[in-house]
Write a protein that binds this ligand. Structure first.
Ligand code: FPP
Length: 129
């Protein structure tokens, strides 16, 4: 079993357009996949999972798409922290998180602080990397 798995979260747009769905819907489903992947990695006993979710180049996408993604990150952090606690999962933030909108930065800081003593698995979220 690997000790560290890293995933570049690419292809949401292509996945959606192949199914006649919007790019936004692709990102929304990508967020559901994050939950499934985190749960699976935890069950498999993989100690470290790194998710490359938003690159620095991604800031150049249309404003509506960037805002939509920021909304998804925010909602993920707000809704998933309880699940992460229950599974003893620690969250770390990677990337230039200073560039994130204040509400995302704050939610990220809260999740990182709340989960800091968890030892079951570490999930590193790369945002603005
Ligand atoms: C790249 O696919 C994906 C992104 C820029 C965003 C990934 C983020 C999420 C799925 C939101 C949830 C994430 C977390 C960590 C809660 P793309 O748009 O480049 O797809 P394409 O290459 O097919 O165009």
């Amino acid at each position: 079993m690997p000790r560290h798995v890293a995933i570049v979260m690419d292809g949401n747009g292509r996945w959606a357009s192949r199914r006649g769905l919007s790019r936004h819907e692709g990102h929304r489903r990508g967020k559901d996949s994050v939950r499934a992947v985190v749960d699976a990695a935890r069950e498999l006993g993989i100690p470290y999972l790194t998710l490359y979710a938003f690159s620095s180049e991604n800031w150049g996408r249309p404003t509506t798409e960037v805002s939509f993604l920021m909304g998804l990150f925010h909602r993920y952090l707000i809704t998933e922290t309880k699940r992460l606690m229950k599974r003893d999962i620690r969250v770390l933030a990677l990337g230039d998180t200073e560039r994130l909108p204040p509400r995302v930065r704050e939610a990220l800081a809260e999740t990182v602080a709340a989960t800091r003593d968890n030892r079951g698995m570490t999930v590193a979220l790369a945002l603005s990397y």
